[in-house]
Design a protein around this ligand. Structure first.
Ligand SMILES: [Zn+2]
Length: 393
């Protein structure tokens, strides 16, 4: 048995475990536990399989509670805190409260060497490696994760001057080790939204003569703040972030578009929580959001974002309804929520959720080139309508 300890300053108030990220390599995995504030003490141990009990890695977070809505890319079993993983030697994750402690158990096919490292001031990285195997270089390191958690400082926004051609930043969500939502048959959100974003970019250039910049052109990781900073520093006229949706229930399907405002309903808030999970959660995000929100309302950006969202959602739903036939398109409408990636942008910005990877039919549609082409063409049409309306105002 291996035991690792991190001694930390005691705190009177209970912390909350808010988010869990799992990075899987073949023989080496890492688990990032993100709290809203530091745990008073963190300990971990590794135990081999005994009888029918699997090998385990256990982390105990003292004076820590489990957040009522724990954010993770893995589907939780209804009503339970067990998450089946079933990949690369990780059987499942089990979360529980043991008095004043939160306990995280990683059930393993074989016992692993483990170590735990503080990441920033409120996250912990559990490293799980099979004995006598080399480290997996594709997994993120603690310093990179600390930068990612902290976010990058924003470039100051310049006074906006009109461009000869509309300058549009298209942002394929996620990428690299952040695969985003994972579909029923294993489709990664990061891959499908990159394909869709490329089609949108091509269409905007060809149909509207726009100058289009993609935040990422391949499967690399960018923090939400880097994406927003990219759009701000290039003085974009419009920012379009493209995502695919996920829901705890596999029956949920459809298309929705978001703009930045306070959440329009509980489901909208949940989508924002999941997408914001790529950077940080909790009070800090809300503070930043409300601070920037007042600026947005004053500048009129929020109303313009809502207009852009309405044009895009309307065009996508109308065109896909015609193309895909009856019962194949579901309009979930335009909604507002506090998306980190939108909070930080200084131009009309929307976040498009192209369908649900957690719904079998939606996942199939998302993978279909005809669906992608029609969706991309419709987004272009929506942008065209938006530009025409704003030019005439
Ligand atoms: Zn996403």
């Amino acid at each position: 048995m291996l035991v690792a300890w991190l001694a930390l300053a005691p705190r009177a108030q209970a912390a909350q475990l808010e988010q869990v990220l799992l990075f899987l390599g073949a023989e080496h995995s890492r688990l990032l536990l993100v709290l809203d504030e530091p745990a008073s003490d963190v300990s971990s141990h590794s135990s081999p399989a005994v009888g029918s009990a699997p090998a385990r890695a256990t982390v105990m977070l003292d004076d820590t509670a489990l957040a009522s809505r724990l954010i993770t890319p893995y589907l939780q079993r209804p009503g339970g805190a067990e998450m089946p993983v079933g990949q690369h030697g990780i059987k499942q994750l089990v979360f529980s409260s043991m008095g004043p402690r939160a306990q995280v158990v990683v059930e393993l096919e074989r016992a692993r060497n483990l170590s735990i490292t503080a990441v920033g001031d409120r996250a912990y990285l559990l490293d799980l490696r099979l004995p006598d195997t080399p480290p997996d270089a594709s997994l993120p390191e603690a310093p990179a994760l600390a930068n990612w958690l902290a976010g990058l400082s924003m470039a100051p926004s310049k006074a906006h001057e009109p461009h000869a051609r509309p300058r549009i930043v298209v942002d394929p969500g996620h990428g690299g080790w952040d695969s985003g939502a994972v579909g029923c048959t294993g489709t990664h959100e990061a891959d499908v939204v990159l394909a869709l974003a490329r089609r949108v970019a091509t269409g905007l250039e060809r149909e509207l003569g726009a100058e289009v910049l993609l935040t990422r052109e391949d499967n690399t990781f960018l923090s939400l703040h880097e994406r927003a900073a990219f759009a701000n520093s290039r003085d974009a006229d419009i920012f379009i972030s493209i995502h695919a949706n996920a829901a705890p229930a596999p029956t949920v399907w459809g298309i929705e578009t978001y703009y930045l405002d306070v959440a329009s309903d509980a489901n909208a808030a949940a989508v924002a929580l999941r997408e914001n999970a790529s950077v940080h959660t909790g009070v800090q995000a809300d503070d930043a959001a409300s601070r920037v929100l007042s600026e947005l309302v004053v500048s009129g950006t929020s109303a313009m974002s809502r207009k852009l969202a309405n044009e895009i959602q309307g065009a996508v739903v109308q065109n896909l309804s015609q193309l895909m036939g009856p019962g194949q398109t579901r309009d979930l409408g335009v909604k507002s929520a506090m998306f980190t990636v939108l909070v930080s942008t200084r131009m009309p910005s929307i976040l498009f959720e192209a369908s649900f990877l957690t719904h079998p039919d939606d996942e199939m549609r998302l993978r279909t080139p005809a669906f992608q082409r029609a969706t991309a063409d419709s987004i272009v049409q929506g942008v065209r309508s938006y530009l025409a309306a704003t030019e005439s105002e």
